[in-house]
Design a protein around this ligand. Structure first.
Ligand SMILES: [Zn+2]
Ligand SMILES: [Zn+2]
Ligand SMILES: [Zn+2]
Length: 276
């Protein structure tokens, strides 16, 4: 099982398009791994996670063909994760030879209403299907067993984190998320499974732990790794990757790597591939 993080930036990207802060200016000069687009990942080559405005750019840069995809998993409806306007190009003059007549969007219950507010042409809209997911109710999506978890992140949107399993491999995808609640940790422990990979929200960067409950910072990422290992949800083989990195509390890529040096936590960049 393989995941590619297509976009490793936070809500506004890094550098943020309108921003001239010191961190953005440095990132523009550094280029490379310090340029972070909006949050999106793909599992193997057939399960997309999130659908931000940078989706088109990710397709160009990383060779993703949305016309070959049947399933999209959405974490929540913040604009850096879900922009249904892009679906207007799934048909008509814009899309030929679709592999699947219908595309399925899985996620919180509000996705369909938000899509309908953007007036996708009807011949295209009728081939976009929505499946509302409920926390802790596992569904089959293609070859994957997907278990949604109630995210500690903008609960008014019904935000979800996910367990994604293929065979005996499993990923815990915590983007966007605050530090997991006791309830989530107890549930994860009750499953009696060890994760191969944990992808974590690092939005609050070097801010002290507990600065904000709806996102994590780097101290919380380190604490979480330790706690998951203590609870038997992760072990020494589990890989940990931090993503959703922003200009407000992070500098350029190598500086973030310095913060995590020796912790065993990897710092995502756009295009990173993790095979488990
Ligand atoms: Zn986000
Ligand atoms: Zn900035
Ligand atoms: Zn969010």
């Amino acid at each position: 099982m393989k995941i590619r993080i297509l976009g490793s930036g936070g809500g506004e990207g890094f550098p943020a398009p309108f921003c001239s802060c010191e961190h953005c200016e440095t990132a523009r000069k550094m280029g490379g791994k310090s340029l972070r687009s909006l949050s999106q990942s793909i599992i193997n080559d057939d399960l997309l996670i999130d659908f931000p405005a940078d989706t088109n750019a990710h397709c160009l840069r990383f060779g993703v063909n949305l016309g070959q995809l049947q399933n999209v998993l959405i974490t929540h409806s913040h604009r850096d994760h879900y922009v249904p306007q892009l679906l207007s190009d799934r048909g008509g003059f814009a899309a030929h030879n679709l592999k699947y007549q219908d595309v399925y969007f899985y996620g919180p219950a509000n996705l369909e209403r938000i899509c309908d507010a953007v007036n996708i042409p009807e011949p295209i809209r009728e081939h976009i299907q929505f499946v509302a997911l409920a926390p802790q109710k596992t569904v089959s999506i293609g070859e994957y067993a997907v278990t949604p978890l109630k995210a500690l992140h903008s609960p008014e949107l019904g935000s979800l984190n996910y367990i994604i399993e293929q065979g005996d491999k499993r990923i815990l995808y915590l983007v966007d998320s605050g530090y997991p609640t006791e309830e989530m940790l107890t549930y994860l422990q009750s499953l009696g499974k060890i994760f191969d990979l944990v992808v974590m929200d690092g939005t609050f960067g070097y801010a002290p732990a507990k600065t904000y409950i709806y996102h994590m910072g780097y101290e919380e990422n380190k604490l979480l790794k330790t706690e998951l290992q203590q609870l038997g949800i992760a072990d020494a083989r589990t890989r940990f990757v931090v993503t959703h990195i922003t200009h407000n509390k992070s500098e350029y890529h190598e500086k973030v790597e310095e913060i995590f040096a020796g912790t065993g936590i990897e710092v995502a960049y756009d295009g990173i591939e993790i095979e488990i």
